[in-house]
Write a protein that binds this ligand. Structure first.
Ligand SMILES: NC(=O)c1ccc[n+]([C@@H]2O[C@H](COP(=O)([O-])OP(=O)(O)OC[C@H]3O[C@@H](n4cnc5c(N)ncnc54)[C@H](OP(=O)(O)O)[C@@H]3O)[C@@H](O)[C@H]2O)c1
Length: 350
């Protein structure tokens, strides 16, 4: 998708990003700002995160900060007045937190998503793009279960007047995002501590924040209402990720690790497209497009059903050289890495 096409879609538009102070929010604001939107509204709860982002992004003139909670329908509806495009990124996304307080995850990831959908329909928003995760596929933990329901709510064709387009994207681990394993490993390496590895063979799909935002923009522009977009992406053994980061930072090979065992609610490998979805999905060069459950009702199961799920166990596994290049291009060996690890977001905008 070229810049011209994006400018045609986003130029002059008013955009709202729920969870706009998060890792994804920071990156989409950077990308959108180049496309000439009339306004980008950040919608989240914590004023400290908003203040820090406002300071860091002070040269961006069309940013507006809105305190609000997606659990609150009335406030969310007010925030959407005059908005053309919504990116729904607000979520509870830490697996252990959602296990300890399951209904908090229901309130944010399910009821909150329902409010976003309802508010968008009621205020005449043109497009809503919602972000999901591989943990929503065959979920084994509360976070994944609530995100699976969130996908269904967002793509429910029976809810609304058909004037608002709803698309969803699903992706794996965003390298270096807030709460992810790279800032954690970075911290351990800085302190000279052994890296905590849950299981030596654990794999995860990997993408950078820039790739995540490109996927969301792609689905927003090209997707039809009800589509769920998945990008084909490489996978990495968490052990290789840790060793590559340690080597890049310390020059040492075979950095010490401690095997801590898998936590309840964790899988050895993740799945981005299940077998059940695969037979009704459309495969493109770089993506799978899964139509909503309701849109798939008329689709016939192929006679020779030979499909397999798209799992991190079988996808292209990044070598340590490839991982080094990915970490380097994401700034993990540069001067700002420490601040990035501490804040979970790039804070130096100048
Ligand atoms: N990072 C990954 O590896 C990854 C992978 C797959 C999918 N995703 C999905 O991508 C999306 C964005 O993730 P991220 O990495 O940017 O997360 P993040 O850095 O943790 O940011 C989450 C954002 O949501 C806001 N938020 C949380 N609860 C809210 C509520 N009830 N109402 C309004 N705002 C709320 C937070 O701000 P306040 O706390 O101030 O409200 C923050 O701005 C999420 O949907 C996540 O599930 C992330």
């Amino acid at each position: 998708m070229n810049e011209r096409e994006l400018i045609d879609v986003f130029g002059g538009k008013s955009v709202l990003v729920t969870g706009g102070t998060g890792s994804f929010g920071h990156q989409i604001v950077r990308e959108l700002s180049r496309l000439g939107p009339a306004r980008i509204s950040i919608y989240s709860r914590d004023e400290k995160k908003q203040y820090e982002m406002a300071m860091s992004f002070r040269r961006y003139k069309n940013l507006q900060f809105n305190i609000g909670d997606v659990r609150d329908l009335e406030r969310t509806r007010d925030a959407m007045r005059g908005i053309d495009i919504v990116f729904h990124a607000a979520a509870l996304k830490q697996v252990p937190n959602c296990e300890y307080a399951p209904f908090e995850a229901v309130a944010t990831n399910i009821i909150g998503a329902n409010n976003v959908r309802r508010a968008a329909i009621e205020t005449g928003v043109q497009v809503v793009a919602s972000i999901s995760t591989d943990k929503a596929v065959k979920p084994v933990n509360v976070m994944g279960m609530t995100k699976a329901i969130q996908e269904r709510i967002m793509l429910d064709p029976t809810f609304g007047d058909g004037n608002t387009k709803f698309v969803c994207v699903r992706y794996g681990n965003v390298l270096g995002s807030r709460g992810s394993v790279v800032p954690l490993f970075f911290d351990y390496i800085q302190k000279g501590l052994p890296l905590p590895i849950t299981h030596p063979d654990m794999t995860r799909f990997q993408l950078t924040l820039k790739e995540a935002v490109q996927l969301v923009l792609w689905a927003t522009v090209r997707g039809e209402s009800g589509d769920l977009w998945v990008q084909k992406m490489p996978t990495a053994r968490i052990t290789d990720l840790g060793q590559t980061l340690a080597h890049g930072l310390t020059g040492k090979r075979d950095y010490p690790v401690t095997i801590i065992g898998m936590r309840p609610g964790e899988k050895l490998h993740e799945v981005l497209v299940s077998e059940e979805e695969m037979w009704r999905a459309t495969e493109l060069e770089r993506h799978y497009v899964i139509p909503s459950w309701a849109k798939s009702q008329d689709k016939k199961t192929p006679e020779n059903l030979q499909v397999s799920e798209y799992s991190s166990a079988g996808a292209h596994q990044l070598t340590q050289e490839e991982l080094h290049a990915m970490l380097e291009s994401d700034g993990w060996f540069g001067p700002d890495a420490k601040a990035k690890a501490m804040h979970g977001v790039e804070i130096n905008e100048e």
